[in-house]
Design a protein around this ligand. Sequence first.
Ligand code: PEP
Length: 256
Amino acid sequence: MRSKVVVGNWKLNGSLAGNEALLGALLREITGNGSAACAVCVPYPYLAQVQGLLKGSPIAWGAQDCSRYDQGAYTGDVSGKMIAEFGARYAIVGHSERRTLFGDTDAMVAEKYQAARRAGLTPIFCIGETLEERERGETHAVLARQVDALMHRFGVAGLDRGIVAYEPVWAIGTGKTATAAQADEAHAFIRGRIGAKDRDVAARLPILYGGSVKAANAVELFAMPNVDGGLVGGASLVAEEFLAIWRAAVAQLKGS
Ligand code: PEP
């Protein structure tokens, strides 16, 4: 059975003092012992601080992007190996904000995914449709294109040590959440697409939902059979809110 995973994406937020207070609050409650997995993906400059605060705890940490290059003349980039040196477990790749604001293409995202794997990180591969695409009935076509870009380039086996995050663009940071049924349907489609190439890889793959996850909707979302947890943006910056989401994942594990 797949476990549940709750990952916070701090985006371009944080400060040394604020991070310490936020993580202190999380550490007072989050314990290991077979619970849902928990992680925070932080801006690069805070990786060292977060490593210092979380080392030895059940909360893992990661970055929000990863260069597709391992080293060289790529000013401003940060490699997977550098991220891994700070004890990070995860790197988000293909977040819709990187795709829409910074021009990440499907091909670039696939290369970033593979670069993160080369460095021993677990990539969190974000995919999702825009509102216009959903309204035109293109959701499946978009998800298929995004997943296939990775599988065609690196094979389905590449997904075996990764995580997929389904994040409908219209639900990110907007307060609009996909219904639990919409999320589950999209997750089932993604799992089926991957399962057509390798049933075992698809069955093991955690598929997280992202898009305005909060305490008020986490229970319903995490109860869906294909929703293996959440990638949480805004709500991950508020300790009590993030803890309530994590509790929803733990409760789901205990209940199932
Ligand atoms: C995200 O950053 O991946 C995200 C889903 O943001 P939010 O939870 O704020 O919608």
